[in-house]
Ligand binder design. Structure first.
Ligand code: PLP
Length: 405
């Protein structure tokens, strides 16, 4: 069979996203009748808001079902620009926006357009997996710089180390803020310093702010678009609809770049996906422009804040878990080394044991890191009902207590 020819080595070596692996396994067990409580995959449990769904139905009724321009329909790009400019005072223009099939595709385009063989990309560790995997796909080398942990401030960027790791091969630094998987929000002065390092060394910065609305401490979050008036000189900005409007399955995100590079990026996009789904784009216009969707989004974030507090209190009762209360996104990233030592398990054995024996899905830190930052941590999503948070963590606590007693 022709397909048995050697598949490119780089593809075989690509990591997947552990969240999707655990999701599949949990579905398989649930189909066999096992009760499962999942803190795994990163998506809000609230359905997409009604007004957005209605707009999509209308788009279908009006047969708005063909290809659109690759960059996305103008009303959508105008709505995105208005949002960014009103919120961050950033002066983004519609022709500096490329609408993508989810934020993930925006990450892909940004890396594909700039990273080639031997180029180094500095990524803070732990990290959302696509940054590293797409870098490798194009022959680049991820350079991981662990976040620092400060008892009071939580996870911080290690700016000294980032600067130290810049070499003559470095092309890009990645900044994801608010941060998946730790729930950190990096301070304004940290972001400023990171941008300064990038400017000094003439590096691009890929900024992913997909969680910019999931901020639980007022005034903590500062977008690079607000901080850097000259963003178009070196920033590739990623955001999207998946999280804010609970639209993960609609596949709608965007990349903001200077107009001069938007043009070649559009040609790249045409060759990859032609355009984002037309129906989702109409839904996106409604999401951005109708205040009802923003009210729903705000309610969702308030709800998630309460859930975060509940999860924090519950996790603190689990033996061997060191918990830091996240400030943004919808994840907790406790350090579980002491629990693992007591159980005599590595983190992946631990999370698989929890799933298979106790029906609780949590993700091993190794899905977000190849270093100690992965081996000693787990990620839990609190985009899950309060009842499930309490019941799931109770199951987790009991499982550990029974095993180590
Ligand atoms: C940091 C980060 N960036 C990008 C994405 C991808 O978002 P989308 O579903 O819009 O492709 C995710 C999804 O979990 C994420 O956590």
């Amino acid at each position: 069979m022709l397909v048995n020819q050697k598949i490119k080595e780089v593809v075989t070596k690509l990591g997947g996203e552990k969240a999707f692996l655990y999701l599949a396994k949990a579905k398989e067990l649930a189909a066999k009748g096992k009760s499962i409580i999942s803190f795994g995959v990163g998506q809000p449990d609230i359905p997409t808001f009604d007004n957005i769904c209605e707009a999509a139905k209308k788009a279908i009724d009006e047969k708005f079902t063909g290809y659109t321009e690759t960059a996305g329909i103008l009303p959508l790009r105008e709505a995105i620009a208005k949002y960014l400019n009103e919120r961050y005072g950033s002066n983004v223009k519609p022709n500096e926006i490329v609408v993508t099939t989810g934020a993930k595709t925006a990450v892909f385009l940004a890396i594909a357009a700039f990273i080639g063989h031997g180029d180094e990309v500095i990524i803070h560790d732990p990290y959302y997996p696509a940054y590293a995997e797409v870098t490798k796909l194009f022959g680049g080398k991820p350079i991981y710089v662990p976040l620092r942990f400060d008892e009071e401030q939580g996870f911080r960027l290690d700016l000294k180390e980032i600067e130290k790791r810049v070499s003559d091969k470095t092309k890009m630094i990645v900044l994801n803020n608010p941060h998946n998987p730790t729930g950190a929000i990096f301070e304004k002065k940290e972001v400023e310093k990171l941008l300064e390092i990038a400017r000094d060394h003439k590096l691009l910065v890929l900024v992913d702010e997909i969680y910019d609305n999931f901020v639980y401490e007022e005034g903590e979050f500062h977008s690079v678009l607000e901080i850097e008036p000259d963003w178009r000189n070196y920033i590739l900005y990623v955001n999207g609809f998946s999280k804010t409007f609970s639209m993960t399955g609609w596949r709608l995100g965007y990349l903001v770049v200077s107009e001069s590079i938007a043009e070649p990026i559009k040609r790249l996009a045409t060759n990859v996906y032609s355009c984002a789904p037309s129906i989702s784009q109409k839904a996106g216009v409604e999401a951005m422009t109708n205040p009802r969707s923003w009210e729903e989004a705000k309610k969702m974030v308030e709800l998630f804040k309460r859930r975060r507090d509940v999860m924090y209190e519950e996790l603190r009762k689990v033996p061997g878990f060191e918990v830091w209360k996240s400030k943004g996104a919808f994840y907790m990233y406790p350090r579980v080394k002491s629990a693992l030592d007591k159980l005599g398990m590595d983190v992946e054995t631990f999370t698989m044991w929890l799933l298979e024996e106790h029906g609780v899905v949590i993700l091993p830190g190794t899905g977000f890191s190849e270093s100690e930052m992965g081996k000693h941590y787990v990620r839990l999503s609190f985009a899950v009902s309060e009842d499930k948070i309490v019941a799931g963590i109770e199951r987790l606590r009991r499982a550990i207590e029974e095993r180590i007693k």
